[in-house]
Design a binder for this molecule. Structure first.
Ligand code: ZN
Length: 234
């Protein structure tokens, strides 16, 4: 029998991913191809995130009413790029993931550049300025609480006690909003502890002059944030 090819009609078990047919069910079960592998991976976190972004991409850029499916996704020539971006999102944990995804799509950033640092930095600058003050306040306090838990300290003492490098990094990455940094009493105490290098990093990422203008224009929000911070002893 060796060397003889099985007639096609006897190969009854077809892989729905690559259309290859096999005589035995077991062979099909053990068979693996690129799309079958992708299908098996569909519930992993980067893949799920990648698929979500893929759906959003088509929603924002095409008029098609027919929703894309997982099958469309795994057959896409951009599959690997979307999964790579999903992995990047899972690691980066952006401030407001949905807003960041919309930012790269709506600004026409090339797919291969979605994971570049300068893209997230540009998004962050814009987002931190645009977001409502109460949202900024809420998420900053969540970050301070995380810090407090890790350091067995009280969240209200973040600016007084957090390690200078860590605090600078959290401000630079937008996790501590300028709304809280500049409008709290204890924010000044952090500035007193920082060195010139830290100050430079902060100035480059948030530009204090921009914030003077923002506070000038958004007086109601300033009063609201300042009163909450005061009450919380921050
Ligand atoms: Zn296959």
């Amino acid at each position: 029998m060796t060397g003889l090819k099985m007639p096609l009609s006897k190969k009854k078990h077809k892989c729905k991913f690559c259309n290859n047919s096999f005589a035995r069910e077991n062979t099909l079960a053990n068979h693996m191809c690129v799309r079958k592998r992708r299908y098996a991976d569909k519930d992993r976190k980067p893949n799920r995130l990648g698929f979500k972004v893929y759906l959003r991409f088509f929603k924002l850029t095409t008029r098609s009413k027919k929703p894309k499916t997982v099958e469309d996704f795994i057959a896409s020539q951009y599959y690997n790029d979307f999964v790579r971006f999903g992995r990047y999102l899972a690691e980066l944990k952006p401030i407001n993931t949905d807003a960041f995804v919309d930012y790269v799509i709506k600004n026409g950033v090339k797919l291969k550049d979605w994971t570049k640092e300068y893209v997230y930095d540009a998004y962050l600058k814009e987002h931190v300025i645009k977001e409502p003050a109460d949202k900024a306040l809420e998420r900053t306090i969540v970050e301070m609480e995380k810090w407090a838990k890790q350091n067995n300290d009280c969240f209200r003492d973040f600016f007084r006690k957090a390690n200078e490098n860590e605090a600078t990094f959290m401000i630079r990455s937008g996790r501590i909003s300028p709304w809280v940094l500049y409008l709290s009493e204890s924010g000044d105490e952090l500035f007193k502890r920082l060195n010139e290098e830290h100050g430079k990093i902060i100035d480059e990422s948030i530009n204090p002059e921009d914030w003077e203008v923002i506070f000038e224009k958004r007086q109601d929000e300033v009063e609201f944030v300042a009163s909450i911070l005061d009450e919380a002893g921050i």
